[in-house]
Design a protein around this ligand. Sequence first.
Ligand code: BTN
Length: 235
Amino acid sequence: MKFKIKHVSTIDSTNRELMRYHDMYENYSILSADHQTSGKGRLNRIWEDNGSGNLMFSILLKNVISIESINKLNYVVCASIISLLDKYGINSKFKWPNDVLVNNKKISGVLIETRLTASDSIVVIGQGINVNSTSDNIDDYIYISDVLGRNISKEKVLYEFVNNFKKYFHNDLGFQICKKEHCYHNKIIEINNTKYTVGNINMDGSIILIDSNSQESKYFGSELSLSKREILKDE
Ligand code: BTN
């Protein structure tokens, strides 16, 4: 697995670029940008450009993974971030399906996009990591520099990320790390006036919710998104 990193100053979106020109980029290309004019988030949200303190990059994987393993990629990516933060002495949590939180605030987000045909699988893994803070008073987001009290090199963070990604790609260590750090496990949540206990996460990328009759239901990230607002109290 040999990654080739290309850096640009400004682009519409590193995800869009790799998906659009996947033929022209080598397999295992990583494209990073200081600024995005049209950054994409999950669930059709916009990923705002908060200045150059955000590490934004995408990884292109061509015919590397099967459809069945795509959901596992979330774990590989989030565990790579959890481990790199750990190296800086920062304790973080996995928020299913693909966020990493520090002090209950979002420090990174992942957007995995796929184009699958009978003969090809094009996967673009987009990653935004809040590294150096450029603004104060952010309620929902946190930057690595907020915790450390100093700015750090974005290149070094990317380097650590890539090393961890390689380490977790071919095994289930990433899943084990996310399972251990799964922050809403056993919390009570309320969705559409119904209360559930949050159960385990699964290797296939899903999560289990348990209702008051102990009935278990399985959800994928495309069907459900958990936020602080749905958490009621500890069990
Ligand atoms: C989310 O939490 O909603 C996912 C955000 C993913 C943002 C990254 S930034 C680099 C890459 N390019 C994009 O347009 N989006 C991803």
